[in-house]
Design a protein around this ligand. Sequence first.
Ligand code: FES
Ligand code: MG
Length: 568
Amino acid sequence: MAGRRSAQWYAGDDRNSYIHRAWMRRGLPADAFDGRPHIAIANTASDLTPCNAHLDEVARSVANGVYEAGGIPLDLPVVSLGETQVRPTAMLWRNMAAMATEEMLRANPIDGVVLLGGCDKTIPALLMAACSVDLPAVVVPGGPMLTGTFRGVPLGCGTDVWKLSEEVRAGTLSERAFLDSESSMIRSKGHCNTMGTASTMGLLAEVLGMTLPGIAGIPAADSRLLAASHATGVLAVDLVNRDHRPSAVLTRGSFHNAIVALAALGGSTNAVVHLLAIAGRAGIDLTLDDFDRIGAEVPLLVDLQPAGRFLMEDFHRAGGLHAVLAQVADRLDPAAITVTGRPLVEPLPAAQVWDAEVIRSRAEPLQPHAGIAVLRGNLAPDGAVIKPAAASPHLLRHRGPAVVFDSVEDLHARLDDPALDITAESVIVLRGCGPKGYPGMPEVANTPIPAKLLAEGVRDMVRICDGRMSGTAYGTVVLHVSPEAAADGPLSRVRTGDMIVLDVPARTLHVEADLDTRDPSPEFLAALARPKRGWERLYVDTVRQADTGADLDFLLGASGDKVPRESH
Ligand code: FES
Ligand code: MG
């Protein structure tokens, strides 16, 4: 017991250990304090995070596993973020959720933690926290929802909301039919069923080595998730007994593997920002260019929305993550391990593809080269990203005049104005949507197509933004432009009519103008957020740019689990 962290609270006969034990005795037997591992279940369940609302049930299964293995499970509710509910954007609080979770893990008498997440920001925030406190930790991804159907056709969460609403604007779908689809969109518990950010980050948590192997991608409503959650509880006790910490699991090789998987899966562009932020906490020197360098030659193997056709239930039925990783095993770092202490690649030879439509073979990929392309140029000196798999091939090389919007309000006010001078050749530039600008870097980069162009049949245009795009969205959208306009990036100096040249094969993004001789647009400066107090103030003052993960500058790295002082 002496070496156990929780023993620093509970062992001994002094007044303080009395206090720590006495208040915990409400239901816990005396032998709870005999030196057995105390495992926190960091739980992001919340009615206002609908994608995570089922995690209390998952927590019960984890707790059963912890008990079975001789540990004490302790429910620890942590900050939750419902992507569809919170304003102005859940991303504004990813770092707050990470910071609050880190602090509560450190402050409490626990020896290890099981991290329950699902909706987009929750797993990244939990992993950032786990790296910074570095207690033995394992993730349970809450899993995707089952496939809903509308008029006999499967509905992809998010993706089909964007598609159907564009059909309404184009006049090809009635508003009544659109609203009728609403009750079919969310068929069951779980997070979005497309290869959006939640699916991507759940899968990448496993690729990073931070889950029980084989758990990621199991649908939330599938009873196998509860069985795997129980097994994770058992594993958590074992992790503590082996003192196996995130710092021993997460290596450069783990992140290399995550980038390979991100490309083969056709995962969300948001994973770029999240992986950079997690690496920043873990002390791993990961850069934006690593995504292009490692991922660009990886084939796209998974035919899931938004880039393709199917949904997560199909993905799991077709063999899931291991079936995909097995196809690209030659590109994975074989030395990278998981929380089990065994190599990530160990189970892959046994993996099989059960539906070659959903998970393609290496010989017949959906696209030979997938991944995230990193663009640079006088418009994005520190980089910008685009997901070629979700873009229109004919727009990957494009030259067109900018139509600049200073804010989302400006965009909404003018985009559908019939008098707006805009054609299919134009490049929509939306600025003021970066980490500092909005603030919080919202998912607004995939702007709607102007109504008059939609009516002409235009379905995609080049769009450039310092914000993010929903992982469920699609289009030729250049994202995460760094530095952002609000950080005095060149985007703040672009004017409507400037010619913009996008060349994805050459990885460049230029504007044909001498921006150095210009000042930022006064209208843009007037539209900027300038929070005076509270979290927004702290965030705007300290957030880093997207190209390094948009974490707060003082949260980089780790402080470990030590708390030298007593509370009384
Ligand atoms: Fe929660 Fe999509 S809204 S995962
Ligand atoms: Mg999202």
